[in-house]
Design a protein around this ligand. Structure first.
Ligand code: ZN
Ligand code: ZN
Length: 230
């Protein structure tokens, strides 16, 4: 019996998909009550085919804009949960306030989704800037993967300085140049491989598109993208 990392209540065994398959592998760290406050991205959700944003259109405005910039891409972004109030509160405590123990809250769900994918694709977490590393002390995406025991490679480096994303407006964020480079010794791991770029949150898609754009120069077989929240 484990304790919910969010509300500290006892976690009962539940019949969720992730729990059924992985309860013998790692303890569940979130209680049913907390889980019920999340909004999973499911087959039934009405959403954009490109990025899973809740949308009546087949492709949302952001995706249509990206399509003009990157016409050759056929991105089908996947996420686990929508960025609702619970997710925002989580990200504030985990990422902004730096409570790194919370990296395990979604371990079971991430393991269930990314575990099988990690056998066929190289998992590449989005790197954070040196500034963020200094203030937070950890890469929140890598820590999520560590907690879920998902193997990954640190292929990209974030060399950008600039202002914080959150201080920019949406138009600025979509225009900003990409701050990523591929580590030279990782080139051979990317060429010809299926890669899955992983981020914590998909906002405009800019971060993942720019990371994909860097990887693309090294001719991977396929690039897919994933984020915990959408
Ligand atoms: Zn709870
Ligand atoms: Zn979209």
């Amino acid at each position: 019996m484990s304790v919910c990392l969010w509300c500290l209540e006892k976690v009962e065994d539940s019949l969720s998909f992730a729990n059924l398959f992985y309860r013998n592998v790692m303890p569940r760290q979130m209680c049913d009550h907390c889980y019920s406050q999340l909004k999973p991205v499911s087959k039934e959700t009405v959403k954009c085919a490109g990025c899973e944003k809740m949308s009546e259109d087949d492709l949302c405005l952001d995706c249509r804009k990206w399509k003009k910039t990157y016409p050759e891409y056929d991105f089908k972004h996947r996420s686990l949960f929508y960025y609702n109030e619970f997710a925002k509160a989580y990200m504030k405590k985990y990422k902004v306030m730096g409570d790194c123990e919370l990296s395990s809250l979604f371990a079971l769900e991430l393991k269930a989704h990314l575990g099988p994918l990690s056998k066929q694709s190289r998992i590449i977490p989005i790197p954070i800037s040196q500034g963020s590393k200094q203030t937070r002390g950890f890469n929140q995406v890598e820590l999520l993967l560590d907690s879920a025991e998902i193997p990954y490679i640190r292929a990209l480096e974030n060399v950008g300085q600039g202002e914080k994303q959150s201080k920019k407006n949406k138009a600025d964020r979509m225009e900003t140049q990409q701050p990523f480079i591929l580590e030279t010794e990782m080139e051979s791991l990317v060429t010809g491989a299926s890669v899955l770029l992983v981020d914590d949150l998909y906002t405009t898609g800019r971060t993942l598109f720019h990371a994909a754009d860097v990887l693309k120069q090294y001719s991977p077989k396929r690039i897919e993208t994933f984020s915990l929240f959408r």
